[in-house]
Design a protein around this ligand. Structure first.
Ligand SMILES: [Zn+2]
Length: 158
């Protein structure tokens, strides 16, 4: 059996008048993430980690933000399609670990929902999907609530 590790990171601005989707879960907040799709920072980071592990480029290559097809698209669909690319290469997912970085709102109440949603799409156990959250202690663009960041690592086996 061979193993491949992958890493992904994603950033989005937080703006008024947008929904806040994180990890496939709609989170009530006065700001949402700006982007071409639904701007789900966590699912995008996981997509990039999966693609990275399989050496298949990045999310922008497969789902370009210039394409009308992906305008306001649900990122769960992007994750599903990414998963299919991974399967096509003969890989299966061992586990996902991730960290969200944002100042507000508090993410803890939504983490189990995120884990369940992501695990379902990736067809792995809920305990194979770790989602953690941290702030930047009020520092920088995250601390000023101008944006949010997600980091993800995955392990694939073949
Ligand atoms: Zn993104």
């Amino acid at each position: 059996m061979s193993f491949r590790i992958g890493f992904g990171v994603d950033f989005h601005q937080l703006v008024e008048g947008r929904d806040l989707w994180i990890g496939g879960v709609l989170i009530p907040h006065h700001k949402g993430a700006k982007g071409h799709s639904d701007a789900d920072v966590l699912l995008h980071a996981i997509c990039d980690a999966l693609l990275g592990a399989a050496c298949l480029g990045d999310i922008g290559v497969h789902f370009p933000d210039t394409s009308a097809e992906f305008k306001n698209i649900d990122s769960k669909i992007l994750l599903q399609r990414t998963m299919q690319l991974i399967i096509n290469e003969g890989y299966s997912i061992v586990n996902v670990d991730s960290t969200l970085c944002l100042q507000a709102p508090k993410i803890r109440p939504y983490i189990i929902d995120m884990q369940t949603t992501i695990a379902q799409i990736l067809n792995i156990g809920k305990n194979d999907v770790s989602v953690k959250a941290t702030t930047t202690e009020q520092m920088g663009f995250v601390g000023r609530e101008e944006g949010l960041v997600a980091y993800a690592t995955v392990l694939l086996s073949k």
